[in-house]
Design a protein around this ligand. Structure first.
Ligand SMILES: [Zn+2]
Length: 76
């Protein structure tokens, strides 16, 4: 039996204060658990500890698309 492949999502965020960017790689299960279908990702900068929000659309367009597709499916 082949193991179910997990899709990997790249979440890219940049701190608005110091500009340092962070790249987080999450599996579909992890991203679901952490972000679900929120529109904004809550992030904390590792450099200056600033807490900020990043729209999912910008941070991870793939996940954003996935969520929209799911919602479309649920409507039907
Ligand atoms: Zn920062």
């Amino acid at each position: 039996m082949p193991k179910k492949e997990h899709k990997r999502y790249h979440v890219k965020t940049a701190c608005p204060q110091c500009g340092c960017s962070e790249l987080t790689v999450l599996s579909d299960e992890e991203i679901e658990e952490r972000f679900g279908d929120v529109e904004n990702i809550h992030m904390e900068c590792g450099e200056c500890a600033l807490k900020y929000f990043t729209p999912v659309e910008e941070a991870c367009p793939e996940w954003d698309k996935e969520c929209k597709m799911r919602k479309e499916k649920m409507k039907k």
